[in-house]
Design a protein around this ligand. Sequence first.
Ligand code: SF4
Ligand code: SF4
Length: 383
Amino acid sequence: MVCTAYTLENLKKDSSKFIEYCKQCGFCTPACPVLKVSDYVETYGPRGRLLQIRGLVFNELRPGKGLSSRIYCTLCGFCEVKCIASLKLTDLYIASREYLTSSGLTPEEIKSVIDGIVGNNNPYNVDPSIKAMWLDYLPEKPPTKGRVVYWAGCTSSIRSPETSANAYQLIKELSGSDVAVLDSEPCCGWPLYLVGDVDGYKVQVSRALKALEGCGAGVVITTCPACTRSLRDKARELGITSNVKVYHIVEWLYELMKEGKLPKLQLEETITYHDPCELGRHMKIFKEPREIIKNIQGLKLVEMRGNQLESNCCGGGGLYQVVHMDRALKIASLRLKDIPQGVKVLVSACPSCKMTLETAVRNEGLDVEVLDIVDLLMRAKKV
Ligand code: SF4
Ligand code: SF4
């Protein structure tokens, strides 16, 4: 039997189903990046996580800091791909975080994320003027109203300002129109969803969509897979409707390419591509970035060991790094071992992946450059 409804309510009333559904077969085990950096102690793998969630919800285990933080993982979804019972494991992990939040058991480190969104409209809890600093990389201030809007998102704005500026320039050039940026872009609410505050997420994402509608947006393009999932897929799934059409930039570029509107580009380089978990496994966007890369003449794409559905996580997702930064960076270092021999450029399409992998490259002292796909396109020459 396939369980497709791991909700908080089901968690509370359906104890037998936990064990009944999970066969404890362990097929998911080798996929888990958290387990790999935790000496393969099963407590940190999917099976152990399921048993601890069950123990927590049914008062079989004493709640505490250790248990709460062990329930956090990267939400990469690789265990779900491998699960022979087709369990919706990431839904279950979110439901368990909902349980932690509603029971006052949220890990201490996560509280600054929530405070940041409430107080400063970003999970990094920095002053909004810092979030807007990426605009200084542009030759002129963009309009704050318009039909086409670039949504940078908190991580790209704060951690990857040059990529945000590159994305804006690229969209402006290819759309052939003015591109707006919200006057004070709010958080899309995704971190609230990730901490299990689903009601808080609904309020925040509705606020974000209203702000976009208010500026006249018809098309919104973002470089962040999490923002795409939040503003479009999850909002829709939870019944929040909007007339605004949201695209991750690779989807938008792919549409342009199909219409013959993407210029021919040239770059003599050999690269590899890391599939972000949010973009790939969770949204099934695998073909688009690869086709865009293949459109660049002279560029050779060599696939990583572990790609597309079988891509290994970089450690940067699910707020895992907020609770376990050391292990998240070990996961990122492991991911670097999947780079094909001799390849010096690692491309991704997610600001969190870029940030995590760049840190790991520095830690490992590797001669590898980490680029967003937008940076790669801006580096290529028009032919
Ligand atoms: S979602 Fe990823 S990190 Fe979390 S338990 Fe599954 S494989 Fe491990
Ligand atoms: S593969 Fe699925 S059924 Fe098997 S142990 Fe993992 S979660 Fe349970």
